[in-house]
Design a protein around this ligand. Structure first.
Ligand SMILES: [Zn+2]
Length: 124
């Protein structure tokens, strides 16, 4: 987790423990700022090391599942392309068609939550 004000980092486990202990919305202990998962939000640059690792994993995958992405923001949108080029099957779950639907083995059009819940029910 990262503080949006002072960039202090803390583990997800620590924040989770504070939520379990009763804090509804844990704030940064140093400055009171807003804590968010240390993930890449829209408009933020992808971190170099994690991006390289993601492409490595994509190339080694047997099945690449895209859930709730329009696949228009690069370089992340190239991940399924790299996976397919390396031999993976591609499954896309999205509300609308994406530029890479033609590469997919399966395309499920619908809301991510509803579609995945229905899919899990069908599998079980
Ligand atoms: Zn802070």
């Amino acid at each position: 987790m990262i503080c949006l004000s002072c960039n202090d980092r803390l583990s997800r486990e620590e924040v989770q423990a504070r939520v379990v202990a009763g804090e509804a919305v844990p704030e940064c202990r140093l400055c009171g700022g807003i804590l968010k998962p240390a993930t890449v939000s829209f408009g933020q640059a992808m971190p170099e090391r994690e991006t390289a690792l993601a492409f490595e994993h994509a190339e080694r995958s047997d099945v690449f599942l895209v859930i709730g992405s329009s696949l228009v923001v690069h370089p992340a949108a190239y991940l399924p392309v790299r996976a397919v080029d390396a031999g993976a099957k591609l499954i896309i779950v999205n509300l609308e068609p994406t530029p890479y639907d033609r590469l997919a083995t399966v395309v499920l059009l619908g809301k991510a939550g509803e579609t995945m819940s229905a899919l899990l029910e069908a599998i079980e």
